[in-house]
Design a protein around this ligand. Structure first.
Ligand code: CA
Ligand code: CA
Length: 290
C-alpha cells in the first residue's frame, strides 16, 4: 500500500480527507516531496523564488482503522529511501545566523556511497524524517510547526529502525509524513537540513494501553521524550518531566531518584531551534529501567 506524493497536505487537521485507509499492523509507503515541494533542482533555484504557500508538504493523511481518541499510534520506521541529490540553503533572515547572511545561496549535494558530497567534504548520511505527526484535536496546525501531535520536529533520531509513538487525537489518527533530510546536525541551525525527496515505509499499530507522555521515540537501546514549545526552556522542561514520568512508571523510583538518575545518566539535547516552536529531547538508556 502506497500514498503518492501528489497527496500532500500543509495543515495537520481533523478535517483532512484520508488519502488511504489501512488496518492496525499494516505496512504503508509514503512517497514524499522535499520541503520546497521539489522546486529547487539546481543551484540557480533560490528559496526566495519558491511559493511559500507550498513549503513543508506532508504526504497523507493515513487513516488507521480502529484508532480512537486516547489511543496511541506506534509508527515503526522500516525503511527510508532518498533521491540522488538534495538541496542545502542559506538565506537572509533564516535560521540562527540569518542576521549575518547577506545573500541567499543554494548548494546541491549529490548522494553517493553513504555520503552527501558538500563541496569537497563527505558528510555521512543520516536519513531522517523532519515532519511526522497525527491530526490535532482542535484547530489544524501547519505542517511547519511541531507540537504535541508531532509535526515538524526535525529530530535526527527519527530514522530507520526506530519506533515513534504519537497521540491519536481524532478517529483514524490521520498520520502524515514529509520533509526528509539526507543529513542534518542537531539544531538545524541554518533553518534547513540537506532537503531531499524520497519515500518512507512504515508499519502502523494502534495501542490501547500505552500510557506514556508523547511524542516518544524508542530505539534498540534508548527511550527519548520529545517536546516542542515556544522557547528551548519550556520545551526542555516538558521533555525532562515527561522522561521523569516514564522512569517512575517503569521503575519504583521516587521523584528524587528519577531526577538523580536523569541527572547522572540522561541527556538533554536539542532537536531543532529554528522552527515556529523549539524541539528538545531527553534521552535515557533502557538498561537503567530493567
Ligand atoms: Ca523541517
Ligand atoms: Ca527540512
Amino acid at each position: 500500500m502506497r500514498i503518492g506524493k501528489d497527496q500532500t497536505i500543509y495543515i495537520m487537521d481533523k478535517e483532512n480527507k484520508p488519502a488511504l485507509k489501512v488496518k492496525s499492523g499494516d505496512k504503508v509507503v509514503f512517497e514524499t516531496c522535499d520541503c520546497f515541494h521539489d522546486t529547487i533542482k539546481s543551484e540557480e533555484d533560490t528559496i526566495s523564488g519558491i511559493d511559500f504557500d507550498h513549503v513543508n508538504p506532508a504526504t497523507g493523511p493515513l487513516y488507521v482503522d480502529g484508532a480512537e481518541v486516547g489511543d496511541v499510534l506506534k509508527v515503526n520506521i522500516l525503511r527510508i529511501d532518498i533521491a540522488s541529490q538534495g538541496a542545502a540553503v542559506a538565506a537572509p533572515g533564516m535560521g540562527r545566523i540569518g542576521d549575518r547572511i547577506k545573500q541567499e545561496e543554494t548548494v546541491i549535494c549529490k548522494i553517493q556511497g553513504g555520503y552527501a558530497q558538500y563541496k569537497d567534504l563527505k558528510i555521512p548520511l543520516n536519513k531522517m524524517i523532519g515532519v511526522i505527526g497525527t491530526a490535532p484535536a482542535g484547530e489544524g496546525i501547519p505542517t511547519g510547526t511541531p507540537h504535541d501531535h508531532g509535526g515538524n520536529m526535525d529530530c535526527t533520531l527519527i530514522t530507520e529502525g526506530i519506533s515513534l509513538y504519537l497521540p491519536v487525537n481524532v478517529e483514524g489518527a490521520l498520520l502524515a509524513i514529509g520533509d526528509l533530510h539526507a543529513a542534518m546536525g542537531d539544531g538545524e541551525i541554518i533553518g534547513a537540513g540537506l532537503e531531499i525527496a524520497g519515500e518512507v515505509e512504515v508499519k502502523v499499530t494502534v495501542l490501547k494501553d500505552f500510557d506514556f507522555k508523547l511524542p516518544l521515540i524508542e530505539t534498540k537501546d534508548r527511550w527519548i521524550t520529545l517536546a516542542s514549545r515556544k522557547t528551548m526552556e519550556e520545551a526542555s522542561d516538558l521533555a525532562i518531566n515527561n522522561m521523569v514520568d516514564l522512569v517512575m512508571k517503569k521503575t519504583n523510583f521516587t521523584i528524587n531518584e528519577a531526577g538523580i538518575l536523569l541527572s547522572l545518566a540522561g541527556n538533554l539535547r536539542v532537536a531543532q531551534i529554528v522552527d515556529p516552536n523549539m524541539t528538545m529531547r531527553m534521552e535515557l538508556d533502557k538498561k537503567y529501567l530493567n
